[in-house]
Design a protein around this ligand. Structure first.
Ligand code: KET
Length: 423
């Protein structure tokens, strides 16, 4: 399997192989027990009450039926694979899905215990957003999604191609370099009832500006009072504060009120699995019955898009999430990464102060997550790239993860020159 020269990635994967071997035996022992649900006694019905149960896929559905059969005589001649275990189901690795829901919603989440969350393995964060978007375009009565201004540049493209109509809501105030909370409340307050709202779970990209817990609570109240549908993008869980639970606070706040929401998770950054394309889409519903019908329709979105997801990355994630020691080791590494980024912020801030660079640079240490939204304009960015060979997006966003103590002085020199020479 791993022939040729061993790259660092290959070596990392080889180190995991012994854990992966025998993983299938361990899979049965440590799963989340699903209590029978009586449905959530909410005031309103699910917004997906009308979703009908989709039939199983004519080919992959044969394997689903085969897997459920307990007869020792069973024989699967359905799918065109030399060995039937070669393909994952359309929704991905069951263990990975359960563990992913647990990671974002919390180990003791009533929504999980009540079986009203459906989680499907998708192609990293992007694929999770895309599948969620397309499901909404097909089955939800409101096809407008509000995304923050600014946001990750791929959001409008993903949701437009999925079939939604994209609008923006106020988020960032360039003057204060902080949250335009009033503008946000006004824009969401005047959104049509039922509209979808894209929220960055933590470490907002590109601004590094997150609402406070009190502001999140006000946002939640507004969203619920207007029956807006929250769609969380969680691409940086653990990367903002270094604590997985703290970084899931916003999502858990919304799930705790019993209402419905979507969550797209990515393991690209927090597990360094960029190239494995491993992520998950969870849809929290009002009842187990709705969740299972929603899942049946998610399969109809996925099957013609890419059929079923790859197995390797999800196996790595599941192996780490279910092993107490590996999980512990991972949380320690995450904390170290988050702390290193915070340390880089401090070093860059200090370096600019030492140089007497004009302007208030305190936002560098205030912002959260991987990125600093410097406030440099596109001309200054072009100048820095041309004269200093430092590359960043034209909106002035720099990835703090790419910085080291060795390169901070070079960047500080470049920023200093840009703000003093290019207006
Ligand atoms: N959401 C956000 C907010 C995000 O920043 C990214 C990636 C993704 C989703 C998708 O990540 P995936 O690799 O599909 O799990 N952002 C970085 C990389 C990229 O643009 O693809 C970035 O902003 O640089």
């Amino acid at each position: 399997m791993h022939s040729g020269v061993a790259s660092p990635a290959d070596r990392r994967l080889s180190a995991l192989i012994r854990h992966l071997e025998g993983a299938s035996n361990a899979m049965d022992s440590d799963t989340i027990t699903a209590s029978p649900t009586s449905g959530f006694p909410g005031a309103r019905n699910s917004v997906f009450e009308h979703v009908v149960r989709a039939p199983e896929d004519p080919i992959l559905g044969v394997t689903v039926a085969y897997n459920k059969d307990s007869s020792p005589l069973k024989l699967n001649l359905g799918v065109g694979a030399y060995r039937t275990e070669e393909y994952l189901p359309i929704v991905g690795l069951a263990d990975f899905n359960k563990l992913s829901a647990k990671l974002i919603l919390g180990a003791d989440s009533p929504a999980i215990q009540e079986n009203r969350v459906t989680t499907v393995q998708c192609l990293s964060g992007t694929g999770s957003l895309r599948v969620g978007g397309e499901f909404l375009a097909r089955h939800y009565h409101q096809r407008t999604i509000y995304i923050p201004l600014p946001t990750w540049g791929n959001h409008p493209k993903v949701f437009t191609i999925a079939g939604l109509s994209v609008k923006t809501y106020c988020y960032y105030d360039p003057v204060t370099r902080g949250l335009n909370f009033q503008g946000l409340l006004e824009d969401l307050g005047s959104a049509p009832s039922g509209a979808i709202v894209l929220l960055h779970a933590c470490a907002h990209n590109p601004t590094g500006v997150d609402p406070t817990p009190q502001q999140w609570e006000q946002i939640r109240q507004l969203i619920r009072s207007k029956a807006l549908l929250p769609f969380f993008d969680s691409a940086y869980q653990g990367f903002a504060s270094g604590n997985l639970d703290a970084d899931a606070h916003s999502v858990r706040l919304f799930v705790a009120d019993g209402g419905e929401c979507f969550v797209a998770q990515s393991y690209a950054k927090n597990m360094g699995l960029y190239g494995e394309r491993v992520g998950a889409l969870s849809i929290v519903c009002k009842s187990a019955d709705v969740a299972s019908r929603v899942e049946s329709q998610l399969k109809l979105v996925i099957r013609p898009m890419y059929s079923n997801p790859p197995i390797h990355g999800a196996s790595i994630v599941a192996t780490i999430l279910k092993d107490r020691n590996m999980f512990q080791e991972w949380t320690i590494e995450l904390k170290a990464m988050a702390d290193r980024i915070i340390n880089m912020r401090q070093q860059l801030f200090d370096a600019l102060r030492t140089r007497g660079t004009p302007g208030d640079w305190s936002h560098i240490i205030k912002q959260i997550g991987m990125f600093t939204f410097t406030g440099l304009n596109s001309e200054q960015v072009a100048f820095i790239t041309k004269e200093y060979h430092i590359y960043m997006t034209s909106d002035g966003r720099i990835s703090m993860a790419g910085l080291s103590s060795r390169t901070v002085p070079h960047l500080a020199d470049a920023i200093h020159a840009a703000v003093t020479r290019v207006v």
